[in-house]
Design a protein around this ligand. Structure first.
Ligand code: GRF
Length: 189
């Protein structure tokens, strides 16, 4: 049984797409949803799929508590799906090549500190880009700089606002993220 742990800070539509994709599977399971936000919508979504949840604060993330909780699960893959805090180095070192993130743009453009949520899509809109997309990448010690695993792009000709871009990119995320996770885990079988 391969185990996935998801870290999310918000609504968790990607987390939901992943939980839905793997629900009822015999060989891959989402074993936990970890969040820094006690009000995150992702908590209800996890409950709906019967996935255990853990809420932590910054001290617990940067100290030993979150790492210890991960070690009791021993995940094969840690998936950051809209996780807004910097992921701590000591966990990255403990789980090398086992942590991935999704970014709602075509890295290396529109990445780095402060580039999250609508900030990304507003920058893309202001620069009159004709396309945007998603990037799924490994997580290292620097924001949005780990090796790229997968990218997909989408034309923006019918997008009048940053919100339109956000909606279109989010659809791509839901379409590809679960499948890319499955591919990564299958490579390890
Ligand atoms: C997604 O756009 C993801 O790329 C970014 O944060 C957003 C999370 O959305 N990292 P949701 O919580 O999965 O709905």
């Amino acid at each position: 049984m391969k185990k996935i742990v998801i870290f999310a800070s918000g609504g968790g539509s990607n987390a939901e797409a992943i939980m839905k994709h793997f629900s009822g599977r015999e060989n891959i399971r989402v074993s936990g949803v970890f969040t820094n936000n006690p009000n995150a919508g992702v908590l209800q979504k996890a409950e709906k799929y019967g996935v255990p949840t853990i809420v932590f604060n910054r001290e617990e993330l940067n100290g030993d508590i979150v790492l210890h909780k991960l070690d009791t699960i021993k995940p094969d893959l840690i998936v950051l799906a809209g996780f807004l805090w910097k992921f701590p180095e000591h966990i990255v070192q403990q789980y090398p090549d086992k942590i991935i993130n999704i970014h709602p743009a075509l890295l290396p453009n529109y990445g780095g500190k402060g580039m999250y949520g609508l900030h990304v899509h507003t920058a893309v809109h202001n620069n009159k880009e004709t396309e945007s997309g998603i990037t799924i990448h490994f997580v290292n010690e620097h924001y949005d700089e780990g090796n790229i695993i997968f990218q997909a792009s989408v034309a923006l000709d019918d997008c009048a606002t940053p919100q339109d871009i956000a909606a279109k990119v989010l659809q791509l995320e839901h379409k590809y993220f679960p499948a890319v996770i499955e591919d990564l885990l299958k490579k390890e079988f």
